[in-house]
Design a protein around this ligand. Structure first.
Ligand code: DAT
Ligand code: MG
Length: 149
């Protein structure tokens, strides 16, 4: 089953949006298989955003991610990578559609509340960067037949 990595950034945690974010993914029908509140090391933040290391915002992005705890999550379900990106909304909250997390709760690109993997291969890399295999639960909800034909 497809998996994605989501991270509620420090602003999402500080603004008491953990429950709201989890609720939206649960309600959609995705399954939570990994969850932890954690302080992020500079090394992990830099590795996570390695693809952006030449961008002018890289330093402030890393400083922001390590500034306060985040919630790291792995979610599972058919098409979860692309679907979670839709639920999250566009990178700039001012462009994100109402009804998305960023569209409903954000106003600034540097405070856009949540990260979501952008592709299946990226998700695999990010899940192994943030979670040990034994931290993930292999389980199926009893409602699976009511979610999938
Ligand atoms: P996304 O988080 O939607 O995948 P991204 O991978 O392009 O977006 O960028 C990673 C994060 O970097 C993004 O969530 C917020 C920050 N960021 C991106 N572009 C930025 C910019 N022009 N100015 C400031 N921060 C930016
Ligand atoms: Mg990205």
């Amino acid at each position: 089953m497809e998996r994605t990595f989501l991270m509620i950034k420090p602003d999402g945690v500080q603004r008491n949006l953990i429950g709201e974010v989890i609720k939206r993914l649960e309600n959609k029908g995705f399954t939570l298989v990994g969850l932890k509140l954690m302080s992020v090391s500079q090394e992990l933040a830099e590795k996570h955003y390695d693809v952006h290391k030449e961008r002018p915002f890289f330093g402030s992005l890393v400083d922001f991610i390590i500034s306060s705890p985040v919630v790291a999550m792995v979610w599972e379900g058919e098409g979860v990578v692309a679907s979670a990106r839709k639920i999250i909304g566009a990178t700039d909250p001012l462009s994100a559609e109402p009804g998305t997390i960023r569209g409903d709760y954000g106003v600034s690109i540097g405070r856009n509340l949540i990260h979501g993997s952008d592709a299946i291969e990226t998700a695999q890399r990010e899940i192994s960067l943030w979670f040990k295999e034994e931290e993930l639960c292999h389980w199926q909800t009893t409602i699976t037949p009511w979610l999938y034909e």
